[in-house]
Design a protein around this ligand. Structure first.
Ligand SMILES: Nc1nc2c(c(=O)[nH]1)N=C([C@H](O)[C@H](O)COP(=O)(O)OP(=O)(O)OP(=O)(O)O)CN2
Ligand SMILES: [Zn+2]
Length: 139
């Protein structure tokens, strides 16, 4: 029997605050484009992230990857740098990168990909709110 490919996902939530503000735009443009999300003192979210890993289902273990290992990678790549942080002030990556959920998904991808086996990270999906959802697949 040929080897089966599986997808496994672990979900993690974290809290952070941010302000949508681009240094390459004027104050007026920032206000017009980002609206209430450009509030100078910021606003907060309870983000939920889904990390999906793709790989062969090992014949001996029955696993694509041990979810306990994935949990530890998520702790390193997501929780330690982001949980209870001000994204713009506490996370150096966002000093010159606007802390949109799109850019946050790239940041999380870059952190996760360093810890996972080569070519195994499939998707980062972030729920910024119940209604605002971003997917990034490393392209
Ligand atoms: N493309 C993007 N657009 C927006 C982003 C983003 O990250 N990428 N972010 C924001 C704001 O940060 C904020 O999260 C938007 O919040 P809000 O509009 O309040 O969220 P909801 O749609 O869930 O709120 P409702 O008021 O219930 O509609 C804006 N745009
Ligand atoms: Zn926001």
């Amino acid at each position: 029997m040929s080897e089966r490919i599986g997808f496994i996902t672990r979900v993690q939530s974290f809290s952070a605050c941010h302000r949508l503000h681009s240094k390459s735009l004027s104050d007026e443009e920032n206000k017009r484009i980002y609206g209430k999300c450009n509030n100078p003192n910021g606003h907060g979210h309870n983000y939920t992230v889904e990390v999906t890993v793709r790989g062969k289902i090992d014949r001996n273990t029955g696993m694509v990857m041990n979810l306990t290992d994935l949990k530890e990678y998520i702790e390193e790549a997501i929780m330690k740098p982001l949980d209870h942080k001000n994204l713009d002030l506490d996370v150096p990556y966002f000093a010159d990168v606007v802390s949109t959920t799109e850019n946050l998904s790239v940041f999380i991808w870059n952190n996760m990909v360093k810890l996972l086996p080569p070519d195994s990270l499939y998707e980062i999906k972030i729920y910024e709110t119940d209604k605002n959802i971003v997917v990034y697949r490393g392209e």
